[in-house]
Ligand binder design. Structure first.
Ligand code: THU
Length: 158
């Protein structure tokens, strides 16, 4: 028997100005996209922005539905849009931001497990790491690849 440990590293910024220009732009796009969320049930507005290898930025926002499972998270609306429109472009980075009661959440909103699995698949498809930026009003976290937020990614179906 062996005790094993998985550790991850990430960057924490205290304000957007500490980020690179492209990352700041992506985080701003995610905040803006949250304005298009349709959330009559949770009132939790999430925006996501994906930076593609072709230079495009595509955004998404969570869309809820009276039949709850029929809704979709912001991250997946953005990634599915990106894959549907630009299938050959790698998703280099995704930024996520959540707005509650009209304010950007102080601590970053973190993607749900299903969205992480979808990120993993597109990362694997492109063969290039997808960076993840989780933008909060007081802290911003940046992870350099999906593996860091989804250890032991399911990829056994080959
Ligand atoms: N939500 C997202 O859009 N992204 C996440 O990563 C977590 C949750 C949405 C789903 C639902 O519309 C609302 O937030 C509350 O769960």
């Amino acid at each position: 028997m062996t005790d094993k440990k998985i550790s991850i590293s990430y960057i924490e910024y205290d304000c957007p100005e500490q980020m690179s220009g492209p990352d700041r732009k992506l985080a701003e796009a995610a905040v803006k996209a949250a304005g298009n969320a349709y959330t009559p049930y949770s009132h939790f507005n999430v925006g996501a922005a994906v930076r593609l290898s072709n230079g495009e930025i595509v955004t998404g926002a969570n869309q809820e539905n009276m039949a709850f499972p029929s809704g979709l998270c912001a991250e997946r609306t953005a990634m599915f849009y990106a894959a549907a429109h630009y299938p050959d472009a790698a998703m280099e980075a995704i930024a996520i931001a959540a707005i509650q009661n009209g304010k950007l959440c102080p601590i970053p909103a973190t993607p749900c497990g299903a969205c992480r699995q979808v990120m993993a698949e597109y990362q694997s498809r492109s063969g290039r790491p997808m960076e993840i930026i989780m933008a909060g009003a007081e802290k911003i976290w940046k992870f350099s690849k999906v593996d860091d937020i989804l250890p032991l990614i399911f990829d056994s179906l080959k």
